[in-house]
Design a protein around this ligand. Structure first.
Ligand code: NAD
Length: 296
């Protein structure tokens, strides 16, 4: 079992770190929130006083931070993880960040003699707690081979997406599909209601027709057809609209960088931005249905 430094113990990182402890790994953890560190210390982790302290003596370091700037601040510079980690350490960033940051930090890690993976996740807080996340990893074959047994303790699928940054590329593309498809399904339910077609009937037909997709059959945005979906609990988040907006903006920035045509991705980002400005940011992203219905 490995000695692992873990930094960023929020809604995702906290339960992910707990699952590594349950699997028998020895953890040293750090977060800006002392309460978060204390929670994990209560579960058996060592408490570090800084990110660099968490890296001391660790063979592998996992980070789960809010956004690109936090990742740059934590990894780069004289006090950063890349400088603090022992030569040859394995660095795994599971945060969702822009592709350019992932590639820049990955290159700095490699230049310092470490191995690094960007390994963002799909599956939300439920998946983090249950240990059923999907990891999409970008980095070398050897970094992936070292990381896979660690990531497997936190997820049901660990997929090598290619070289540095490709994990983030996969995450942004996946979530752009998700944002667009959730809006499409929601618009269909709004139209059905106005045409006198019940939500249940549209669900029963579209789920067996060519409109079938995950946003419809696993995460239905109207109450009723899929009991586990957030629509049945006042849209309490699973995955917030603010998080969806973050990922759609990252997809748009990446599209601009490489001149990709993603007009529906741009529309989806604009719509989620409008929803957030109307107070929807903390609701589940499927609440875009309520917004399109004129109910928010
Ligand atoms: P969160 O805000 O709950 O947790 C982030 C944690 O990082 C906080 O505890 C914060 O104190 C800590 N932190 C911030 N800066 C730090 C620093 N410099 N040093 C140490 N700790 C620091 O966020 P989250 O929901 O856990 O999301 C984390 C990442 O996972 C994000 O990149 C997000 O996009 C991604 N993600 C989230 C979900 C989800 O459903 N929440 C799903 C998939 C991916």
């Amino acid at each position: 079992m490995a000695e692992i430094g873990f930094i960023g113990l929020g809604n995702m990182g906290g339960p992910m770190a707990a699952n590594l402890i349950h699997a028998g790994h020895k953890l040293k953890v750090f977060d800006l929130s002392q309460a978060a560190v204390a929670r994990l210390a209560g579960a058996g982790a060592g408490a570090a006083t800084s990110a660099a302290d968490a890296a001391k003596g660790a063979e592998a370091i996992v980070t789960m931070l809010p956004a690109g700037q936090h990742v740059r601040d934590t990894y780069l510079g004289p006090q950063g993880l890349i400088a603090a980690a022992a030569a040859g350490s394995l660095l795994i960033d599971c945060s969702t960040v822009d592709v350019a940051t992932a590639r820049e930090v990955g290159a700095a890690a490699t230049a310092a003699g470490h191995e690094m993976l960007d390994a963002p996740v799909s599956g939300g807080t439920g998946g983090a707690q249950a240990g059923t996340l999907t990891f999409m990893a970008g980095g070398s074959d050897t970094a992936f081979a070292r990381a896979e047994p660690i990531l497997s303790c936190m997820g049901k699928a660990v997929i090598h997406a290619g070289g540095p940054g490709n994990g983030q590329a996969a995450k942004l593309c996946n979530n752009m599909i998700l944002g667009i498809s959730m809006i499409g399904v929601s618009e269909a339910f709004v139209l059905a209601g106005k045409l006198g077609l019940s939500h249940r009937t549209l669900f029963d037909i579209a789920s067996k027709s060519s409109g079938q997709c995950w946003s419809l059959t696993s995460y239905c945005p109207v109450p009723g057809p899929v009991p586990a979906s957030p629509a049945n609990r006042e849209y309490a988040a699973g995955f917030t609209a603010a998080m969806m907006l973050k990922d759609l903006k990252l997809a748009q920035a990446a599209s601009r960088d490489v001149s990709a045509n993603t007009p529906l991705g741009a529309e989806a980002a604009a719509l989620y931005a409008l929803f957030e400005s109307h107070g929807g940011g903390s609701l589940d992203f499927s609440a875009i249905f309520k917004f399109l219905s004129g109910k928010t």
